[in-house]
Design a protein. Structure first.
Length: 443
């Protein structure tokens, strides 16, 4: 909390309830930013203190809370709203003159960008504190990449020879993401989405819909390599949270054998990652035989089937659970499990069950079987990441912005995420859990 010591002419809270300002109070009081404030105050040294560091910082947080798209919009609101100026920590005796001019905010934001690692420490502290106060925080994690468009024009051929001036965007590039599927009539469709700008790589607690790790890159950066780096960062900074994690969900963009194996082999986290069909050349319903069995086959989604040795009819086998000690998935004979008629039941080599080792195909067979009902339920929780992305766009202003440059985008995303976490922490500590994920609801 950036504590303010100032002289008050009178208390606005004695005249009128704070109302909408309650949201900002939650953020300011529960933001663990004391180290950041000391660093910024130390960098100012013995220079003029017309606009206190803590007050300017609190006003920047107010700009995020109240969805101001620009510094000019924030300054207009500060000049208009005396209560807001007081809550931020500006001298109420100066009136509108207490509001810093544009150049003060420009310098302050440049100082913050130069100390991005200290801003990130605030984020890490908030994650630690939420892990302490929220039961099961970190048990289910989800990962996704979010496009961040820039409205700047693309660089010309000679852009690499130009020096950054803070107005042009010389860091952004083009990102492309493809979506493919099959229609009900069997025909295939494909949609290609491209954008010019950046990408936010986000790991979110899917139960509480709160971020636990992030990284901002150029738009062309791949999602799979960043997922490995985010896991490594979580292991370094939040080892206890990662130890508590049981499930990690992601879409097809993270379908990577190395990532799936790392999650289970290194962290004992069950991956719930959608899979791409890499067997297209073999046909839509292609299957492969299970090693060491003539009657059992599986498809690219990990669904296991057996064939009746008499009629040749194919049936889906019943999932019997994961055997941790053996590292195998157990599948049961459908005729015996469902008590259905099968002429070749006595001749079938499957007998009662079959065990499929994960090593059969680490990408297809995971500790939580893709063919199980629980996998479907857990994968649906991945939509929590989409809801967090939506809040960042709508409530935190990342859909409409005037940001140019990678460092500015990193700072802006970091500010949005620490405000989101600080407000959640404040609601928990003040027994407002029903509004845990809400930015706009007042107490």
């Amino acid at each position: 909390m950036a504590i303010i010591a100032q002289r008050e002419l009178f208390g606005w809270d004695q005249i009128e309830a704070l109302g909408d300002l309650e949201r900002l109070r939650l953020v300011i009081e529960h933001m663990p930013d004391e180290k950041l404030m000391r660093v910024l105050e130390q960098s100012r040294g013995r220079g003029r203190n017309d606009y206190p560091v803590r007050a300017v910082w609190n006003s920047i947080l107010a700009g995020v809370v109240y969805e101001h798209a620009s510094v000019a919009s924030l300054r207009r609101e500060l000049r208009r709203n005396a209560q807001l100026r007081q809550l931020c920590g500006f001298d109420v005796a100066k009136g509108e003159d207490a509001v810093p001019p544009d150049y003060v905010y420009s310098r302050f934001l440049r100082t913050l960008m130069a100390r991005q690692e200290v801003v990130d420490e605030v984020f890490e502290l908030l994650v630690e504190q939420l892990h302490e106060v929220l039961d099961g925080f970190g048990r289910r994690l989800g990962c996704d990449g979010k496009p961040l468009r820039t409205h700047a024009r693309r660089r010309g051929k000679d852009a690499q020879d130009k020096e950054p001036d803070g107005r042009r965007d010389l860091d952004a590039d083009v990102g492309v993401k493809s979506y493919r599927g099959v229609r009900e009539d069997g025909s295939r469709w494909e949609r290609v989405k491209s954008w010019f700008g950046y990408k936010l790589h986000l790991v979110v607690d899917t139960d509480y819909e709160l971020p636990v790790a992030y990284e901002v890159t150029r738009a062309s950066a791949g999602e799979q390599p960043r997922a490995h780096k985010l896991l490594e960062r979580l292991e370094q900074r939040h080892a206890e949270l990662l130890e508590d994690c049981e499930l990690f969900s992601a879409d097809k963009g993270y379908d990577d054998t190395t990532l799936i194996a790392e999650l289970w082999d290194v962290h004992e986290i069950k991956p719930v990652i959608d899979i791409r069909n890499l067997w297209k050349e073999e046909g839509q319903d292609a299957t492969r035989p299970l090693t060491g069995s003539l009657d059992v086959v599986y498809d690219y989604r990990g669904t296991v089937y057996c064939h009746c040795p008499v009629t040749g009819r194919r049936r889906e086998m019943a999932y019997g659970g994961f055997e941790r000690e053996r590292g195998t998935l157990k599948y049961l004979c459908p005729a015996r499990h469902y008590e259905c008629d099968c002429p070749g039941k006595e001749l079938c080599s499957v007998a009662h069950s079959v065990r499929v080792p994960l090593s059969e195909d680490r990408r297809i067979f995971t500790p939580l079987a893709r063919s199980s009902y629980r996998w479907q339920r857990e994968y649906k929780k991945r939509s929590a990441v989409e809801r967090v992305n939506s809040r960042l766009d709508v409530s935190f202003g990342l859909e409409r912005h005037f940001i140019r440059g990678l460092n500015k985008m990193r700072l802006r995303c970091g500010l949005a995420l620490i405000v989101m976490l600080a407000m959640a922490l404040g609601r928990v500590r003040e027994n407002q859990q029903e509004h845990l994920r809400s930015l706009v609801r007042a107490a």
